[in-house]
Ligand binder design. Structure first.
Ligand code: GTP
Ligand code: MG
Length: 204
């Protein structure tokens, strides 16, 4: 794998999925991004796709805004799928239930899904919901990458231990955990390379 090789040439918004009767685009493989609300998912997507000046994924002042699965067609090679942030305390139970059903239906039935990038805020220990999500994906046989977001908020001394601790808490290999910061761009190349590897594995 050579992370330097991945270049973002073209990104198009390719629609949303918010109701059971809507269909996901099916002409290219998918890589989905998940994580609790406010984890920094939209910020990460904008940095990853180099859409920081004219943002493609909305960075919210009110957490829990993303309520649909959003599809971005990247390089005419794959769809980056933005999953709704779960576990946000201030949404009604009925709304949360709707999201969960929507996400689970997608994850359990999408044949083109090559992997899930699960985001965890580097400042906090993974939660029970994070553990459940990673276990659930493993159970479905879906490859998982864990990305620790907002790494710029950690002191130098806390960095290394944080990656190892997260890997242990989630029961994944340390190599499956990447550090990222939308502020500094740290981890962008590595993440693009890792996403590329998921796509290549799926093609074998
Ligand atoms: P929802 O869509 O509401 O679920 O949130 P999200 O996960 O998409 O998070 P979003 O990207 O909107 O960021 C949430 C907040 O965290 C915003 O105030 C961002 O500016 C901040 N943030 C995101 N990424 C970083 C980062 O890498 N470093 C720092 N310091 N702040 C970040
Ligand atoms: Mg968002």
């Amino acid at each position: 794998m050579s992370p330097a090789a991945v270049k973002i040439r073209k990104v198009e918004f390719a629609g949303s999925l918010g109701r059971p009767d809507q269909r996901a685009p099916a002409d290219l493989p998918h890589v989905a991004f998940s994580g609790r609300s406010n984890v920094g998912k939209s910020s990460l997507i904008n940095v990853l796709l180099r859409r920081t000046r004219s943002k493609i994924a909305r960075v919210s002042s009110t957490p829990g805004k993303t309520r649909t699965l959003n599809f971005y067609r990247v390089n005419d090679r794959f769809y980056l799928v933005d999953l709704p942030g779960y576990g946000y305390a201030d949404v009604p139970e009925s709304v949360r239930k709707g999201w969960t059903e929507l996400i689970e239906r997608y994850l359990e039935s999408e044949a083109r899904l090559r992997g899930v990038v699960h985001l965890v805020d580097a400042r906090h220990d993974p939660t029970e919901l994070d553990r459940q999500m990673v276990k659930y994906l493993a159970g479905l046989g879906i490859p998982v990458l864990v990305v620790l977001t907002k790494m710029d908020k950690l002191s130098r001394s806390r960095r290394k231990g944080t990656l190892e601790k997260a890997a242990r808490a989630l029961g994944v290999d340390a190599e499956q955990v990447l550090a990222f910061s939308a502020e500094t761009g740290e981890g962008r190349r590595e993440l693009l390379g890792a996403v590329d590897a998921l796509l290549e594995e799926g093609e074998r």
